[in-house]
Design a protein around this ligand. Structure first.
Ligand code: TYD
Length: 129
C-alpha cells in the first residue's frame, strides 16, 4: 500500500490549495481523471482489478472505506482527506463502500478507459494473479 501526499498551500482565511502533478506527487503521467459523486450510504463501487492501469484515489469531501486485496494481503482503509490519497497499482482487487452522504471521490489514472484492462470476476482475478 502506497500513501500519496499532495502539495498543500494554506492561505489562512482564503482556503487551502492541494496540488497533484503527473510524474511528481502522482507517480505516473495522468491520462484520465474521474470523479464519483452522489453516492449513498449503501453504494458499492469497484469490485474489480486492473491488468495494467495505475490509479491514485482521493476523497475530496466526506469519507469512504477502501478495501484492497493483492491476493496475499488485505487492507481496509478510511479515506477522508484531499491531501492523502492511495496508489492502486495493477492486480489489486479494490472496492469502495461505506460512503458518507457528502462523499466526493477523485481518481487519477495512468491510461484512458479500456474495458479490456478490467478483471471484474473475482475467481478470474485469483487465477490471473
Ligand atoms: P466502473 O469502473 O466499473 O465503476 P466503479 O469502479 O466506480 O464501480 O465504471 C462504470 C462504468 O462507467 C463502466 O462500465 C464504463 C463507464 N466508465 C467510462 O466510460 N469511463 C471511465 O473512465 C470509467 C471509470 C467508467
Amino acid at each position: 500500500m502506497l500513501a500519496i501526499n499532495l502539495k498543500v498551500f494554506k492561505d489562512k482565511s482564503d482556503g487551502v490549495l492541494y496540488i497533484a502533478e503527473g510524474a511528481k506527487e502522482i507517480p505516473f503521467e495522468i491520462k484520465r481523471v474521474y470523479f464519483i459523486d452522489k453516492v449513498g450510504r449503501n453504494s458499492l463501487r469497484g469490485f474489480h482489478a486492473h491488468k495494467k492501469l495505475q490509479q491514485v484515489i482521493f476523497c475530496l469531501r466526506g469519507s469512504f472505506e477502501l478495501d484492497l486485496y493483492t491476493g496475499k494481503t488485505q487492507r481496509k482503509l478510511i479515506l477522508d482527506s484531499p491531501e492523502h490519497g492511495i496508489y492502486i497499482g495493477p492486480k489489486v482487487w479494490h472496492s469502495l463502500k461505506r460512503f458518507s452522504k457528502d462523499c466526493l471521490v477523485a481518481v487519477f489514472a495512468s491510461d484512458y478507459y479500456k474495458e479490456s484492462d478490467y478483471i471484474r470476476d473475482f475467481v478470474k482475478f485469483r487465477k490471473y494473479i
